[in-house]
Structures are given as structure tokens and as C-alpha cells.
Design a protein around this ligand. Structure first.
Ligand code: ATP
Length: 299
């Protein structure tokens, strides 16, 4: 209904299809239900229920599967103008000596707003990439500096804080859930954990479409390009690898035009540039060679 809390929380023009995320609709729905459902309640109802929102969401899975992408889109969906984005190694190295202070600073704006507006405060998101580099299980960190421990303690004390901040969501990301200290996964901390895994065939078709959307809009995809065929040939590819494949296919397509001779002719000729099935197969064969995979199935 218009004027409800849901309208304030979720960007009014939000549509999953527009997010540029391929194949993660199930994950996205799960994130919504498990981590955000309570945020569409009115402050009065939250108060009545004595509810504490989920403060920490942990996305884990192989590199390049769209964890950062989904974290940023969650921010856009929830109308958060500028999520704060940090990563573990940066906190530990760039700010040696002031690591704890930097963790504290991440929370300053949200704390100030919560103090003045309480439950009506807007939502603040902190995206914390490569969480495992800071939150390795005790005893396995072994950097000998103690900086890591201080950062861990600082973040935990912020998350557990006495004045339970209801206006903060921390989205942590890691490729290695197994390395994360269990203490971090408790209720009130990164209590919702969700795996972002490799895309299935349908997801890969969607990712191909997303990564070639501009070319398609500009008539630069030849008719013989079939993303269903390519998706079937790219089992175990991540979204990032499909993005790389598209880039490589583009370079094959451009290369055809390089044979023209002069740069002026090239630029003129490039107006007719189209990526063909052959460009994609050439790219695939190159990528698979780099992976050490036989390309006999590419004919
Ligand atoms: P890492 O663990 O290395 O940080 P990640 O899971 O956060 O990896 P992203 O940085 O989100 O991966 O992905 C890299 C790029 O790959 C994205 O910017 C996007 O272009 C593309 N990509 C990955 N997954 C998808 C997807 N599901 N849909 C569309 N594009 C994707």
C-alpha cells in the first residue's frame, strides 16, 4: 500500500529483471525473506514485537559468482544511497595502527542517525569483502601482529553493541566459509548465511544476455549467436568467466576488422562490427586451452 514502510524501504521502481544479475533469483528471494522481511514492518510494530532486525548477512561461494554484484544491488533495492565498501586486507594493511578506528568509523553515521531518529532512521549498509582475511578462526591467523584480533574485537563489539542498532546491515563476503570463526556466525552477528554458487545452464544464458545487452541493443550480435548453445558449452563457468568470454569474443570480432589496412578504414568498417557464433567459439576455445580443457566439443 502506498505510504507504507515497504515503500520507504524498497526503491519504488525496483524490478529484479533490471538488476543485471543472472540466475540468482532464488538466492535473492531467500535473502529477502531471511534478512529483510522484518524491515518492511512499521516502527510501531517492530517495537511491539520487540524485534531486532538481522544485522549481518554472509554471502559465500566461489570467486566471480556475483557476491559483490548482489551486495551492491541489495543496497540499490533498499534505497541505500552510498553503502560503505571495505575489504579485509585493506582494513588490515592500509590502516595499520588505526585499523580499529577505521572499523569504528564505518558505524559513525549510522549511530548518529539512530541516536536522533531511532527506528525511523534510514538503513545503512556496510559491505565487507574478503571477510576471511580478518576473521580466520582463532589460532589460524598467525600474522603475529595482533592487528587482526583488534579488528575482530572491534567489529564484534560494534555488532553486539549495547545500543542494538536496528538501522545497520553488514553484508560480509567470503570464498571460504570454512575459514570463518564460528563466533561470527552467531545470532546478532552474521546470522544469515547464504551460498552463492556457480550458475546453472539457465543462469548462464541470463548472464550471457546481461553481458551482451548493449551489443544486442545496438544490433551488434549476429543471428547465428545462440546463448543456449553457449550456455551448454560453459558448464562450471562463473559469471565473471562468462564476462571474460564475451570480452574475448569481442576481440575476435574486432580483429576481423583489423585486416582492413588503415585506421580510418578500420573505424569506418567497425560500424558494421558484429559478434558471430564463430567469435564466441574462438574465444571459448582460447579460454578452454588456458584452462587446459580439450576443445573437441567446440565444432
Ligand atoms: P569475489 O569473491 O572474487 O569477490 P564475487 O562473487 O564478488 O567474486 P563479482 O565481483 O560480483 O564476484 O563478479 C565479478 C563480475 O562478474 C561482475 O561484476 C559481473 O560483471 C560478472 N558476474 C558475476 N556473476 C554474475 C551474475 N550472476 N550475473 C551477471 N554478471 C555476473
Amino acid at each position: 500500500a502506498s505510504g507504507s514502510r515497504a515503500d520507504a524501504i524498497i526503491a519504488p521502481d525496483f524490478k529484479f529483471e533490471d538488476m543485471g544479475i543472472g540466475g540468482l533469483d532464488v538466492e535473492f528471494t531467500a535473502i529477502f525473506r531471511r534478512a529483510f522481511a522484518s524491515r518492511i514492518l512499521s516502527p510501531e510494530l517492530i517495537d511491539k514485537m520487540g524485534l531486532k532486525h538481522v544485522k549481518g548477512l554472509l554471502l559465500y561461494g566461489p570467486p566471480g559468482t556475483g557476491k559483490t554484484l548482489i551486495a551492491r544491488r541489495i543496497g540499490a533495492m533498499l534505497n541505500v544511497k552510498e553503502p560503505k565498501i571495505v575489504n579485509g586486507p585493506e582494513i588490515l594493511s592500509k590502516y595499520v595502527g588505526s585499523s580499529e578506528e577505521n572499523v569504528r568509523n564505518l558505524f559513525v553515521d549510522a549511530e548518529a542517525e539512530y541516536k536522533s531518529k531511532g527506528e525511523s532512521s534510514s538503513l545503512h549498509i556496510i559491505i565487507f569483502d574478503e571477510l576471511d582475511s580478518v576473521f580466520k578462526q582463532r589460532g589460524s591467523r598467525g600474522d603475529g601482529t595482533g592487528v587482526g584480533d583488534n579488528v575482530v574485537n572491534q567489529l564484534l563489539s560494534k555488532m553486539d553493541g549495547v545500543d542494538q542498532l536496528n538501522n545497520i546491515l553488514i553484508i560480509g563476503m567470503t570464498n571460504r566459509l570454512d575459514l570463518i570463526d564460528n563466533a561470527l556466525l552467531r545470532p546478532g552477528r552474521f546470522e544469515v548465511q547464504l551460498e552463492i554458487s556457480l550458475p546453472d545452464e539457465k543462469g548462464r544464458v541470463e548472464i550471457f544476455k546481461i553481458q551482451t545487452k548493449k551489443m544486442a541493443d545496438n544490433g551488434m550480435l549476429a543471428k547465428d549467436v545462440d546463448f543456449h548453445e553457449l550456455a551448454a558449452m560453459t558448464k562450471n563457468f562463473t559469471g565473471a568467466e562468462i564476462e571474460g568470454l564475451v570480452k574475448s569474443a569481442s576481440s575476435f570480432a574486432i580483429n576481423k576488422h583489423l585486416k582492413v589496412g588503415s585506421m580510418a578504414a578500420l573505424n569506418d568498417d567497425v560500424k558494421n562490427l558484429k559478434l558471430t557464433r564463430k567469435d564466441f567459439l574462438g574465444a571459448l576455445s582460447e579460454v578452454k586451452a588456458a584452462f587446459g580443457v580439450s576443445d573437441q566439443d567446440l565444432n
